[in-house]
Ligand binder design. Structure first.
Ligand code: CP
Ligand code: NVA
Length: 306
């Protein structure tokens, strides 16, 4: 079954991202002008959620409707997936009834098994390892505010989680640098991150040093979904990895702040920073909608001229 999927960032090449960023611009501008854009009439998206979501569900569901198609929501609790139906069987059945699938689940291996048995394109809506749709929207947001990302420095503070891994893959593909600062014991695992090499990232034990000269400072929750049992231990370990005004001060004066959300003010970021003038978190959230419309359109119809 020879379909293009978006299971991790490096599933696409730099030229495909260039197309997607340009296409997101077109789709967003049309939407803002209230112009109808219905390339996916009669197409159906199935969304499978094994973890909670606000932004991902809303942006995919609203996005599919805005493209003229329909979206169906399934979750583990209310479907046979929660009662042990093999993921391969679910993939065979679900992909015969729709045109494209988005999955939010636990191990990356689950989505890979689903995709291997799917007749239609599969999109990763977050796994333990990656969150490629988030970084698609985040880089579009960076470009929207500051121009091309190549050669720039992105600083990641906190947990080397799914969002961090995806930034690292994106840096290799799109030729920018990532400074990472994590507490001891929570460092990047290059193999798990799916990196080709280590040329595009540098690790810092001091989060302030990691922020020096950054064009963008970004972070995420200390405890990701599925790791709740580690919450108390992580609260202690991450206490010094809170993005605050001192960190933003050593970044470039025009540095942006991003957070994929949901955020915990007073933990990974201060209210002053996330609610301050350098923060673009609301644009970032909105751009999930437009970037994913471009993504679904591309996976189903290829490159479009207009
Ligand atoms: N950023 C993000 O994916 O948010 P949700 O968990 O609300 O979907
Ligand atoms: N790293 C977080 C992102 C949530 C959007 C998690 O996996 O829970």
């Amino acid at each position: 079954m020879n379909h293009k999927h978006f299971l991790q960032f490096r599933d696409f090449g730099a030229d495909e991202f260039e197309y997607l960023f340009a296409r997101t611009r077109v789709i967003k501008d049309r939407f803002k002008r209230y112009e109808k854009h219905h390339p996916l009439v009669d197409r159906t998206l199935v969304m499978i959620f094994e973890k909670a979501s606000t932004r991902t569900r809303l942006s995919f569901e609203a996005g599919m409707q805005q493209l003229g198609g329909a979206a169906i929501y399934l979750n583990t609790r209310d479907s046979q997936l929660g009662r042990g139906e093999p993921v391969e069987d679910a993939a065979q059945v679900i992909s015969r009834m729709c045109d494209i699938v988005m999955i939010r689940t636990f191990e990356q291996e689950i989505i890979e098994r689903f995709a291997a048995h799917s007749r239609v394109p599969v999109i990763n809506g977050l796994t333990n390892e990656y969150h490629p749709c988030q970084i698609l929207a985040d880089i579009f947001t960076f470009i929207e505010h500051r121009g091309p990302i190549a050669g720039r420095t992105v600083t990641w503070i906190g947990d080397s989680n799914n969002v961090c891994n995806t930034w690292l893959q994106a840096a290799e593909l799109l030729d920018f640098n990532v400074h990472v600062s994590t507490p001891p014991g929570y460092e990047v695992e290059p193999e798990r991150a799916g990196l080709f090499g280590t040329d595009h990232f540098e690790e810092f034990s001091d989060p302030i040093e990691a922020c020096r000269g950054a064009d963008l400072v970004t972070t995420d929750v200390w405890t990701s979904m599925g790791f709740e049992a580690e919450n108390d231990e992580r609260r202690k370990a991450f206490a010094d990895w809170c993005v605050d005004a001192d960190m933003m001060r050593v970044a470039r004066p025009d540095a942006l702040f991003m957070h994929c959300l949901p955020a915990h003010r007073g933990e990974e970021v201060t209210a002053e920073v996330i609610d301050g003038p350098q923060s673009v978190v609301w644009d970032e959230a909105e751009n999930r909608l437009h970037a994913q419309k471009a993504l679904m359109e591309y996976l189903l119809l290829g490159r479009l001229e207009r």
